[in-house]
Ligand binder design. Structure first.
Ligand SMILES: *[C@@H]1O[C@H](CO)[C@@H](O)[C@H](O)[C@H]1NC(C)=O
Ligand SMILES: *[C@@H]1O[C@H](CO)[C@@H](O)[C@H](O)[C@H]1NC(C)=O
Ligand SMILES: *[C@@H]1O[C@H](CO)[C@@H](O)[C@H](O)[C@H]1NC(C)=O
Length: 231
């Protein structure tokens, strides 16, 4: 099966891949799905399962294992897309938006989380676009240099089939995480955010692309984002 083949396509490369001015790439480069189609990946997703090597992230997620609704939007010709997440937190609906920069490799994105000083590379390692998507996120925190790996399962519906979930657990295992630690999110209904509660949780970075133009705007101060929705 095509799906299984792409799960094991992991390459280990040196840091020679980092481009001028771009944040240093993690040592392990994960290959995204072949012929990745960004436009087909856009739209609505639900984050149905997650697992991470980051203890803080796991702690937060375990404390609130609620299915996060995601809306991905890409403006054609832009080197980035936004992911808006809506989640119920402490009884109220919270929305936050993250800008992901596209990179030279389709299916690999970059974003920076100012609050944790973290550079994060995301890879869509497996998706059929209309049902599920599996993401691997490699974060490097500064100045500690601590690295984290987070694996996420997105679904177009609030449920996910057993075979997809099993594949997801396999991916987690390949990245050193036990399948027992996978957090299955619970769907608690759609929530509609109260107006004015939208916040930006990340500071946009120049895309890792040679045609990137330097952003001369002063950096935006990120709002108090929850770690859970970010890495
Ligand atoms: C998104 O990309 C476009 C060019 O492709 C750029 O002009 C714009 O500043 C970028 N937006 C952010 C927030 O990085
Ligand atoms: C949750 O809401 C209650 C009541 O509004 C508040 O007292 C409490 O501090 C909130 N907890 C968090 C974690 O925001
Ligand atoms: C970095 O990782 C080490 C070992 O896991 C841990 O003791 C330390 O607290 C971490 N540093 C930060 C800033 O998270």
């Amino acid at each position: 099966m095509h799906r299984v083949v792409s799960l094991v396509s992991v390459l280990v490369l040196g840091s020679a891949w980092s481009l001028q001015g771009a944040p240093t790439l993690p040592e392990t480069l994960i290959l995204p799905q072949e012929s990745f189609d960004l436009e087909k990946f856009m739209g609505k997703w639900y984050e149905v399962a997650v697992v991470s090597t980051c203890p803080h992230y796991m702690h937060r997620k375990r404390g609130n294992p609620i299915t996060v609704a995601l809306e991905l939007k890409h403006v054609i010709s832009e080197d980035n897309f936004t992911m808006t997440s809506t989640t119920l937190r402490n009884g109220s609906c919270k929305e936050s938006s993250t800008r992901y920069s596209l990179t030279t490799i389709p299916g690999r994105f970059f974003h920076h989380v100012a609050r944790f000083g973290a550079d994060v590379y995301s890879f869509v390692v497996d998706t059929n676009y209309d049902e599920y998507a599996m993401l691997i996120q490699l974060g490097t925190e500064k100045p500690s240099g601590n690295k984290t790996t987070t694996v996420k399962l997105y679904s177009r519906t609030v449920d996910v089939g057993a075979p997809v979930l099993q594949d997801f657990k396999t991916v987690a295992k390949q990245h050193g995480m036990s399948e027992d630690t996978v957090i299955m999110n619970q769907y608690k209904g759609e929530c509609v955010p109260v107006e004015g509660m939208t916040e930006t949780t990340t500071q946009p970075q120049p895309p890792v692309s040679k045609r990137s133009k330097r952003n001369v705007e002063p950096p935006r101060i990120p709002a108090q984002g929850e770690y859970a929705g970010i890495i």
